[in-house]
Design a protein around this ligand. Sequence first.
Ligand SMILES: [Zn+2]
Length: 411
Amino acid sequence: MFTGRDEVGQRSETVRRANLSAIVRELHLRGPLSRSELVARTGLTRSAIRALIGELVAGELVAEEPAIRLGTPGRPSPVVRLEATNAVVLALEIAIDSLAVAIVGAGGVILERRRVDRPRGHSTLDDIVADLAELARDARSRRPAAERPFRVAVAVAGIVSRASGIVRFAPNLGWVDVPLGARLGEALGLDIPIDVANESDLGALAEFRRGAARGADDVLYTHGEVGVGGGIIVDGRPLDGVGGYGGEIGHMPVNPAGRACRCGSTGCWETEVGEGALLSRAGYPLDGGRAAVDAVLGEAAAGRPEALAAIEQTGTWLGIGLAGLVNILNPRRVVLGGLFARIFPFVDDIVARGLDRGALVASRELVSVVPSTLGVDAPLLGAAELAFEPLIVDPATWLVPRGAVASLASA
Ligand SMILES: [Zn+2]
């Protein structure tokens, strides 16, 4: 049992940590802010802000710069920014056609980024892990040797058990119950924690924090490729489900008379809006891949009726599925990624009409549908955001002498 004084001490320590977190979160999401802006955004007093920033500066997590006077009255307020290169994470992605790496500093500063093509089709865990580790080594070799990531996260197109880092099912890769997190952790040899997460969940996180869904707290992100993924944010928090497998909107049954799906079911949404559906409607082989998709989009841009009809039919099914999802989730914003973002300029009216027809008026009038602004990198940047989360939630843990950070982070 605590004595009364200890309880007060405990409570003020909790408050201190929460206040540090509030400041770091604002700086991470909004970039450099003046002390006055931090006062306004956190609701903390000016003297509390001054003391907490003093701690963060001493811990080398933030720096303060003298303000430039802009002709406004009163004393200029110093500008506070995160020291991007003092807290960096490693983000990785296993996409259908590519592998990617980024080294990202606090505040979302991209310090290194590289994407390499990957042949489609099944790959062994050994091959993917070796290629990702090589990409990571290459990226790190272009940064100062002393710069050490404190956490790594990897985005993968599959159903992932986040707690164990196991990919339960990734049809593109041919993986069932594959221990990606453990194996990648060994291969990287960094001795830091690793998060494994679904690419669409991470795409949603990135668009929510830094992309097309900024400012909206209720978001549906959906990403079309061969498969169709979804990431859902409700009241600012990801909707994961019991096992973290929620948001698999590509496997909503929509057409019992439709095609067989890779998941074993029939007529899932992805069999009507995925890449294969578009290609077969346009007269291309289902597995034509990126080159065939580029060809269809090129033909549509040139006004070829077959290509336009194929895209429009896909847009009709996109509107049908989105209408159902809007009725269930009542989101403020729907963000379309991947193939959906590419076809959107051709089908925005068709999708809008689908929502007018299929969504309840009350929900319909609150939602806007927009293409992704982060594009192909949304899942990769979302991985970085996931890796930063522990730092944002409890920056006090980082306010220790430099050099001890790595051992703390891996504790
Ligand atoms: Zn399915």
